[in-house]
Design a protein around this ligand. Structure first.
Ligand SMILES: Cc1cc2ncn([C@H]3O[C@H](COP(=O)(O)O)[C@@H](O)[C@H]3O)c2cc1C
Ligand SMILES: O=C(O)c1cccnc1
Length: 347
């Protein structure tokens, strides 16, 4: 386990307007790296395109790393943790104290993500946000003040190591699938039931209760529906805001991002709403079994890499995709070319 504190800017965003402006003016891809990768790909000893999505992953990595030979020498998993006032509405079978207990479990190496991080040879950092103080219950009031929201975004922004090759984002926060559902419903509309899943194990009545909670939140906050950042402040959570901040920092640092499940996708959805290119440096690592994730992925223009029926969070799906990326990079950088291996090219 390691921790990082290399600020990009010590206090990147001091107002929602600041943050909004940065979301609209993001750095673009490195097209010369993209061309170099395509050129080399065509020389490797395999039929063109035969490595399928691995070839797309290699190209994506290099394009956003701004490197004609992509590398994965330093992979970081960041788990942001936060608590949610909306748990008072009985939307999770687990109590808020489990968030703190799981943070300890991550630190002691006992969680699923610790095992997957080790298998994937990635460094894991756990970052509790707002000292795990719960947000306000967003059925009654905005979840966060503007200042608290920006503070959480800044924490995420300052958590991305500058020398990272790839960042995987994850979260821990009892009640956060309800925050994700409320934010998704406010951003994209549609029946609240379509965005409300079982989370950590709700039964059918629990899911209906959750959807009713999402409806109440929508009625309270819908007037702000043309401002994605304002919706994130009102219906999101501290760890979701930090995930958004980390995603923005990664863009500025030329670090590609692997996103985890439903909660992570909801956390970054405002970036897509503000800017259709806002998530171009991210890849959705998996499709969570949480109801609503496939729909949300489509709404933000992301295609999940894996689909393993997982619905854990913690960045577990993102971490599982690392070995696939490592294989893609190894093939691209270490395979012999036709001329090196004296293999006759197709007629
Ligand atoms: C022991 C345990 C470990 C977890 N690891 C991730 N989550 C996941 O479940 C929570 C969201 O589900 P809900 O909205 O239903 O509360 C988040 O903390 C998420 O990361 C966990 C949940 C539990 C109980
Ligand atoms: O997909 C997720 O992000 C998820 C699903 C269930 C519980 N926690 C997180």
């Amino acid at each position: 386990m390691s921790s990082f504190s290399q600020p990009l800017l010590s206090q990147p965003f001091s107002s929602l307007t600041d943050l909004h402006d940065v979301c609209l003016t993001l750095p673009g891809p490195d097209l010369s790296a993209q061309e170099a990768i395509a050129r080399r790909e065509g020389t490797l000893t395999k039929p063109a395109g035969s490595l399928g999505q691995l070839e797309k992953l290699t190209s994506w990595l290099g394009t956003w790393q701004k490197k004609s030979l992509p590398q994965l020498s330093k992979v970081n998993i960041l788990i942001f943790a936060g608590n949610h006032g909306v748990v008072a509405q009985n939307v999770s079978p687990w109590s808020a104290e489990v968030t703190t207990q799981m943070v300890q479990n991550f630190r002691h190496g006992g969680a699923a993500i610790n095992q997957i991080a080790q298998v994937s040879q990635a460094a894991l950092s756990v970052i509790p946000v707002a000292e795990l103080t719960p947000t306000a219950d967003f059925t009654l009031a905005p979840a966060m003040t503007e200042q608290a929201f920006l503070h959480a975004v800044n924490i995420g922004y300052n958590s991305v190591p500058h020398d990272s090759s790839l960042v995987c984002l994850g979260e821990m926060g009892i009640g956060n699938t309800t925050a994700a559902a409320a934010l998704a419903a406010l951003l994209f509309g549609g029946d609240s039931l379509l965005w409300s899943g079982r989370g950590t194990g709700l039964d059918d009545d629990g899911v209906k209760r959750k959807a009713a909670v999402v409806d109440t939140a929508r009625a309270l906050h819908a007037a702000e529906s043309n401002s994605p950042l304002e919706l994130a402040r009102r219906a999101g959570g501290y760890e979701l805001a930090a995930i958004m901040g980390a995603t923005l920092a990664a863009r500025h640092l030329s670090v590609p991002v692997l996103l985890d499940g439903y909660v992570c996708t909801a956390a970054v959805a405002p970036l897509f709403k503000l800017n259709p290119q806002g998530l171009a440096h991210t890849w959705l690592a998996h499709c969570s079994a949480e109801a609503g994730h496939a729909r949300l992925a489509e709404a933000v223009g992301l295609t999940p890499l894996l689909s393993l029926d997982m619905r854990l969070g913690e960045g577990s799906g993102a971490a599982l995709a690392i070995p696939v990326l490592r294989a893609a990079v190894a093939c691209h950088t270490k395979m012999a070319t036709f001329s090196e291996a004296s293999v006759t090219k197709r007629r």
